[in-house]
Design a protein around this ligand. Sequence first.
Ligand code: FES
Ligand code: FES
Length: 161
Amino acid sequence: MNTSVSITINGVAYERSIPIRMLLVDFIRYEAGLTGTHVGCTFEGACGACTVHLDGDAIKSCLVLAVQCDGRWITTVEGLAEGSELHPLQIAFNEYHALQCGYCTSGLLMTGVDLIEKDSELNEEKVRHGITGNLCRCAGYSNIVDAILSVARARTREEEE
Ligand code: FES
Ligand code: FES
């Protein structure tokens, strides 16, 4: 059984007729063609590779049905950059060597941006706790934490000036 939805992803409205059981991650990847959002586990919420923002909050898109997002807005990793200008956290991941194979990276970027935007007093403990739902099988956690903290601290300095 199909139903019609309109879901805005990175500012573009995607109007589709989809099976009611379609997961949001499948809508993003196969209906919108945005393959930066990954699937790293068997759709059980275990790895965080599918993390996106739903109405501004980080969520695992394998745990949400696309129909639940009708009329709502999504940001994926493709929506982080502004034109050719990368998001500061994308730049920091590069500078801090916070990725190896990169499979977890889009999910960690989306979780990291959410942490930075929601908490102006981030510290290492909060970041480590905040990314517990995102698995990195290459185990680059120290550099990932350092990258997120560097952007959080830069934001704090900007706000204080
Ligand atoms: S694909 Fe692993 S948590 Fe969603
Ligand atoms: S960089 Fe390979 S899984 Fe994280």
